[in-house]
Design a protein around this ligand. Structure first.
Ligand code: GDP
Ligand code: MN
Length: 399
């Protein structure tokens, strides 16, 4: 689960990490009042969406207006807010469709000396939390990794020993920090590690972490993501969920207790069992197309659950075809067939559908499908199913 920048900053602040003062607002007037209350002569107006690259992004149809604006007066903050709220911001992370900006964060501006990159995440290969840092802050870390990989530093944290202070101090020196900055940096890393482990985080990313003209360190941008499997232990984090930022397909699936992950391809998959679901996705790739989703309806799914799953697939405008691949163990193939048929009748089947069933009551299930009068393509095994759905989707494209 992801949260907004202002929420991440509040959390990090509660762990003792230095952040600028700021106020979240929903209207231009609130933006002006927030700037007034902050005082000073420089303000930053920041679009709050679950995507980075806002500073280099632009508003739909307005190439000159980015998602991070520096302004000098409360009235300018009001004007900037007017130009940013309720409009669609496009960044390299949002995709071409962009995201509607519903909230802004107004911060006090600060005089920057240097911009650094600092993050903490779980490295699956190392099987531990690693720190990734770079003296090339403020730009996308993907670009740094590509163009100047020697500027990226990684430090692994031993889970048994925890973070050692010398690791942070050494990293600070490599980032070109000196004097009291080394101590400040070590404090930030220590607090971030405590936040990461206490909150079951999956990522803490600060880009940039800045050195101000007076030599103090501050986090100017923050992103946090959490391990969904740990959220039951953190009710306060769950409260930070913003439904506007989440994939509507995933929200609907969550309502029915379905294990669903939205992807970018065009072939919808309905499968039971996570392993079979992944194998199905792999074989679609193998045939040269991409899955629109991962979906595991579970071992003993009810007819309601299967219908809901099917409605989510068919309701997705990107879908060009659906592949149902069910192994009936606890699940009965006739129940699946019945649910698929009624969902098709309810929603209307407008794309090719390939069904592959195996296992308990497969003959009954297949008979229901073939007698349904629906235009269903029947497959005998997984390879056959993948080839058939890919062929059907391609035929439809050229038709
Ligand atoms: P992102 O583009 O979504 O990652 O948004 P950031 O919060 O990182 O902001 C983009 C850039 O705006 C930063 O890298 C800074 O260069 C600049 N910026 C943000 N806040 C301030 C500030 O208070 N003062 C100044 N001078 N620049 C800022
Ligand atoms: Mn940033």
């Amino acid at each position: 689960m992801n949260i907004h920048e202002y929420q991440a900053k509040e959390l990090l602040k509660s762990f003792g990490i230095p952040i600028p003062r700021g106020v979240v607002v929903h209207s231009p007037d609130e933006a002006r009042d927030a700037a007034k209350s902050l005082g000073g002569h420089l303000f930053v107006v920041k679009a709050q969406i679950h995507a980075g690259g806002r500073g280099a992004g632009h508003y739909s149809g307005e190439p000159a207006c980015s998602g991070v604006r520096l302004v000098k007066t409360p009235d300018e903050a009001r004007t900037a807010a007017y130009e940013m709220l309720d409009r669609t911001l496009i960044t390299r992370q949002t995709g071409p469709q962009g995201r509607v900006v519903r909230k802004l964060y107004i911060e006090e501006g600060c005089p920057i000396e240097r911009e650094l990159y600092f993050s903490m995440l779980i490295d699956r290969a190392e099987r531990c939390i690693v720190i990734v840092a770079s003296e090339a802050g403020g730009m996308s870390i993907e670009d740094v990794a590509e163009k100047m990989p020697d500027k990226i530093r990684k430090v692994a944290i031993d889970p048994a020993l925890g973070l050692a202070d010398h690791q942070s101090r050494e990293l600070a020196t490599r980032l070109g920090l000196h004097g009291s900055q080394i101590h400040q940096f070590a404090e930030i890393v220590r607090s971030a590690y405590t936040a990461f482990t206490t909150l079951d985080a999956a990522l803490i990313e600060t880009n940039p972490l800045v050195v101000l003209k007076d030599g103090s360190l501050l986090i100017l941008d923050a992103k946090m993501a959490f391990d969904d499997n740990g959220l039951f232990r953190h009710k306060a984090i769950l409260e930070l969920r913003d439904p506007n930022e989440e994939d509507p397909r995933e929200q609907e699936a969550a309502r029915f207790g379905l294990s669903y992950v939205g992807l970018d391809g065009t072939i919808g998959c309905m499968v039971n069992g996570a392993g079979l679901a992944m194998a199905t996705m792999d074989i679609i790739h193998e045939e040269g197309e991409s899955p629109a989703n991962f979906l595991d309806v579970g071992g003993g799914a009810s007819k309601e659950k299967v219908s809901a799953a099917f409605r989510i697939l068919l309701g997705d405008s990107r879908i060009e075809g659906v592949l149902v691949n069910i192994f009936g163990g606890i699940m009965r193939c006739d129940v699946i067939a019945d649910a698929v048929i009624s969902a098709c009748r309810e929603v209307g089947l407008h794309v090719p559908l390939v069904v592959r069933l195996a296992g308990t009551r497969v003959e009954e299930g297949m008979a229901l499908i073939t007698n349904s009068g629906l235009n269903v393509i029947v497959a005998t095994d997984l390879g056959d199913a993948a080839r058939k759905i890919v062929a059907a989707v391609r035929a439809r494209r050229t038709a």
